[in-house]
Write a protein that binds this ligand. Structure first.
Ligand SMILES: Cc1cc2nc3c(=O)[nH]c(=O)nc-3n(C[C@H](O)[C@H](O)[C@H](O)COP(=O)(O)OP(=O)(O)OC[C@H]3O[C@@H](n4cnc5c(N)ncnc54)[C@H](O)[C@@H]3O)c2cc1C
Length: 505
């Protein structure tokens, strides 16, 4: 029987481990932190599924179309169709595992509006959806551990991939963060579920523990990446001493409005510019509107929820209330919240096919570290869904495609670098708007660091992808190429063979 190695224990890694072990396959689940500390726990707003409990004739087709439109049609249509078709089943599965979704007065799973979606489609558990889901998955995974199917290893951080003579992936080297010792985990297939590359940019809304090192190192070892230029700025984040904190899109879903003071009076620019969907336009559109309305951040922008009743704020947006009271010393029931867009999600990452297989036999990727489902811009509520669905698909195919018995010869001497001196350079050049000059300057700045370092290579790959996409699409906006161009209605694919090579596929 084959053995599966899963690296990363957020929602994607937990799901992959549970699903693989359900087939009776032994699983090693490796992570630096406990699942309860993964970024997945931070998810507030919800998870999408066309449950149609609001009588709006929502359907898989509509969910599919909204996802493709938001992704500017460079997402994989077959993969997105499977994702949206499976979404209602995923909600039922989570409920069976104990996730307690908020219900409406009729007892149905309640659904809310989220940006870029034509229907109310986002199921939620108060403002703690991620925490609820992680708790259910952790409980299920513990059962698998007790049965002896899953073995957990913490605190181990990824160092490098291990290959057979045939260049198939058959394991990972990891460092024990307590002892500094390197341990090699070998098996028949590896699933990477190591999250986004937040720490390349420093202050994002996500977890700084997601350093992107696994993606970066895998890239140096021949794994292809895709759409690295597609980085989502969440429209409403607030600055705190250590990082940016999210004010969930649910605040706008419940009726929150954005404004700027003009001649002492609120100017509701989203309503004026997009009368139909206003604040519920896709995230890239709202972020760009904030940028423009505020004159690139020179004027303060506010999110106003003071017109919502106190019960809605305290029950449905309790996390927003807590963030404002704790970090801003501001009561959102009485005062509007000063916000600005911040880096929130990486649509790009490890390139996979619709089976979540990478270009290397035996290697799979799922969750935010992978480039699947979201194209040029992710819909809020689709990433928890993508991480769970992706974890299931990766596990299923890792077992099907990798029979037992790989011969392991090449346990490479592991190396490890920690470096986020790229953060300033990346934030400056990969902003809401980009230009050739800024991107070329960033490459020169990175050259000055002059180190043989996987993270710097990943930073270069992001910038070169942005340079090569000579158009504006979704999250990637070029001031020197302001229009979309049919020629680029494709994904960027990046590989490394001593040089970074970008192609469009
Ligand atoms: C504040 C916030 C709110 C959000 N709200 C929503 C929402 O409402 N709805 C929605 O759909 N999405 C939301 N998202 C996005 C969503 O939470 C993530 O995309 C999703 O949880 C990613 O899951 P994951 O399992 O891929 O990664 P993670 O949960 O990030 O887990 C990554 C795992 O990999 C491990 N890891 C990291 N680096 C390494 C390494 N070098 N070596 C080994 N292991 C490593 C980590 O320790 C962790 O165990 C939100 C994100 C943030 C930041």
């Amino acid at each position: 029987m084959s053995k599966i190695i899963v690296v990363g224990a957020g929602i994607a890694g937990l799901t992959a481990a549970i699903k693989a072990s359900e087939s009776g396959v032994p699983v090693n689940l490796i992570s630096p932190d406990f699942s309860e500390r993964s970024q997945s726990v931070m998810a507030m707003g919800g998870i999408n599924a066309s449950l149609n409990t609001k009588g709006e004739n929502d359907s898989v087709k509509q969910h599919f179309e909204d996802t493709m439109n938001s992704g500017c049609w460079i997402n994989d249509e077959n993969a997105v169709w499977k994702l949206t078709s499976n979404a209602p089943k995923i909600i039922s599965w989570l409920e069976r595992l104990g996730t307690s979704f908020t219900r409406d007065e009729k007892g149905n799973v309640d659904l809310r509006y989220f940006g870029g979606q034509k229907k109310q489609r986002t199921a939620y558990a108060g403002a703690r959806t991620g925490k609820q889901i992680v708790t259910s998955l952790v409980n299920e995974c513990r059962k698998k551990e007790a049965e002896g199917h899953v073995k957990r290893f913490t605190p181990f951080r990824f160092v490098s991939l291990i290959f057979t003579d045939e260049k198939e992936c058959c394991g990972v080297n990891c460092i024990n963060e307590n002892t500094g010792e390197i341990k090699s985990f070998t098996g028949d297939a590896v699933i990477l579920a190591t999250g986004g590359f937040n720490n390349l940019f420093g202050r994002t809304s996500g977890s700084i523990h997601n350093d992107g090192y696994a993606t970066a190192k895998a890239f140096t070892q021949g794994v292809e990446l895709a759409n690295l230029e597609m980085i989502q700025y969440h429209p409403t984040t607030v600055k705190t001493p250590v990082k940016r904190m999210l004010i969930t899109e649910a605040a706008r879903g419940e009726g929150g409005k954005l404004f700027i003071l003009k001649d002492g009076k609120p100017w509701y620019f989203m309503k004026e510019w997009y009368p139909e969907q206003a604040e519920l336009m896709p995230r890239d559109v709202v972020s760009r509107s904030i940028y423009k309305a505020s004159d690139a951040g020179r004027k303060e922008v506010y999110l106003d929820i003071t017109h919502l009743d106190e019960k809605t704020i305290k029950e449905k947006l309790d996390e927003v209330y807590d963030v404002c009271m704790t970090y801003l010393n501001l009561n959102p029931i009485e005062e509007p919240i000063p916000i600005y867009p911040g880096i929130h999600y990486f649509m790009g990452g490890i390139r996979t096919d619709e089976n979540h297989k990478t270009n290397i036999n035996g290697l799979y990727a799922a969750g935010e570290c992978s480039c699947q489902y979201h194209g040029a811009n992710r819909l809020g509520g689709n990433s928890l869904l993508g991480a769970i669905h992706g974890g299931c698909i990766a596990a299923e195919n890792a077992i099907l495609e990798n029979p037992q018995g790989k011969i392991i010869s090449d346990i490479v001497s592991p190396d490890r670098y920690e470096d986020n001196r790229t953060a300033d350079i990346m934030n400056k050049s990969m902003g809401i708007y980009r230009s050739e000059d800024e991107l070329n300057n960033a490459l020169m700045e990175l050259d000055k660091i002059n180190e043989d370092n996987a993270l710097i290579l990943l930073a270069r790959a992001c910038i070169i992808s942005a340079l090569e996409r000579k158009e504006s699409r979704g999250a990637h906006q070029r001031i020197d190429y302001p229009q979309s161009n049919e020629e680029f209605k494709k994904s960027t694919c990046v590989r490394y063979d001593g040089r970074i090579r970008v192609s469009f596929k």
